[in-house]
Design a protein around this ligand. Structure first.
Ligand code: ADP
Ligand code: MG
Length: 406
């Protein structure tokens, strides 16, 4: 068990908080404030407990001087002020006197935000490569470190692992705590039956996830373009569908290993072109015409998946069922959202950037137990990897007496 912000005394302390403010921007305007909104509960908790809150985050990539202007956190500081109702003092530096003076001048309940941590990447990738001096410097500015940036937890940077290595108390924020509880919980000790739904673009992107989940899940439902590589493994015609010939043998091996626990779609929606208005028909999985491509799962598959999910207690879903970006081919993804939304007594978790975006776009944001905020991080977590940004958080002794963490 990891310590959380609730396990440390914050009163009058300078609390360094690594948040994920890597928001999408267009021409200096934030196009989606979700990441800022998601960070508010942890910030609010720290303020309520009389902390001096110093926020650190990266934004985009900073490879050359010219990247600085478009990746400044200044607009984010403004937006945070608006959304939180608190004054935010923005320092357009990542180190030095101005930073130190701004922190010295803080009273409890104040918020200071530093400039994009990746501005330090211009000089030898100090942030991204976890330069030991930089982590030590940032750690020296505060007394407690709260890591709430799950989205970057799969990479060791100066602003997560670097600070944690140089400060006594490193704890999780509420967002991080939720990711650990749900994704970590599903991977480590799922309440069974545990069903995984895997879709998306490629088998090759998801090899480690499939291999990890096949060991743990009671069933794996395959959908998305990934299904066609499995069809090919069964010797079916896949037409012009997205299919990875180099991974057909891998898929064959998985089908053997899974011993019937892998469930493939029964039917598929096919079209001649990859187009949002393409004319489409539904065919059985083994009847894909040679000049057509599969772009979604069909209604029989949704019925089958619904049956397979009956009684499930934990469901992890990664990868859309079809090309959901086109409304016409979003029915499968929408159908799975609906089935999971109506599933009673189950923990339902979405991991993966596009899958989360699909569920939110289709209006199911509040219908899941947890929609992960990390793309790459949630995938690596589902793979069963130890994420450095989580690993660096201090452990908490458990008092339950039977989990072994005491
Ligand atoms: P995630 O980001 O959730 O891990 P992926 O990146 O693996 O998911 O896959 C998402 C992409 O898969 C989407 O852009 C979607 O259009 C695509 N996709 C799903 N089904 C198909 C299909 N049948 N043919 C082509 N692309 C597909
Ligand atoms: Mg993706």
């Amino acid at each position: 068990m990891k310590k959380t912000i609730k396990d440390v005394d914050l009163k009058n302390k300078v609390v360094l908080m690594r948040v994920d403010f890597n928001v999408p921007m267009k021409d200096g305007v934030i196009t989606d404030v979700n990441r800022i909104v998601q960070a508010l509960p942890t910030i609010e908790y720290a303020i309520e407990h009389d902390a001096k809150v110093v926020l650190l985050s990266h934004l985009g990539r900073v490879k050359e001087e010219a990247d600085k202007a478009k990746n400044s956190l200044a607009p984010v500081a403004k937006k945070l002020e608006e959304l939180s109702g608190h004054k935010v003092v923005f320092v357009n530096k990542t180190r030095g006197e101005e930073v130190e003076n701004a922190i010295k001048a803080m009273a409890p309940r104040d918020i200071v935000m530093l400039e994009n941590t990746r501005f330090e990447d211009l000089d030898g990738k100090k942030e991204s490569k976890n330069d030991p001096e930089l982590g030590k410097y940032w750690a020296s500015l505060g007394e407690v470190f709260v890591n709430d940036a799950f989205g970057t937890a799969h990479r060791a940077a100066a602003s997560n692992v670097g600070i944690a290595s140089n400060i006594k108390d490193t704890v999780a924020g509420f967002l991080m705590e939720k990711e650990i509880k749900f994704i970590g919980g599903a991977v480590d000790s799922p309440v069974r039956p545990f069903v995984a739904i895997l879709g998306g673009a490629k088998v090759s992107d998801k090899i480690s996830v499939i291999e990890s989940l096949i060991k743990k899940a009671d069933k794996i439902l395959i959908c998305g373009a990934m299904a066609y590589t499995f069809y090919k493994a069964l010797g079916y015609e896949v037409g012009t569908s997205k299919c990875e010939l180099d991974f057909v043998d891998f898929a064959k091996g998985l089908l053997e290993k899974a011993n019937g626990r892998i469930v493939l779609p029964l039917d598929t929606v096919v079209a001649k072109e990859f187009d949002e208005n393409a004319e489409s028909i539904v065919v059985d999985s083994d009847k894909i015409p040679s000049d057509m491509m599969g772009l979604d799962i069909g209604p029989k598959t949704l019925e089958l998946f619904k049956k397979q999910l009956e009684g499930a207690k934990t469901v992890v879903w990664n990868g859309p069922a079809g090309v959901f970006e086109f409304e016409k081919f979003a029915k499968g993804t929408n159908g799975i959202c609906k089935i999971l939304a109506e599933l009673k007594g189950a923990i339902t978790i979405i991991g993966g950037g596009d899958s989360a975006a699909a569920a939110i776009k289709l209006g199911y944001e509040d219908k899941f137990t947890h929609i992960s905020t990390g793309g790459g991080a949630s995938l690596e977590y589902l793979e069963g990897k130890v994420l450095p940004g989580i690993d660096c958080i201090n452990d908490k002794k458990c008092t339950c007496g039977h989990c072994g963490n005491d």
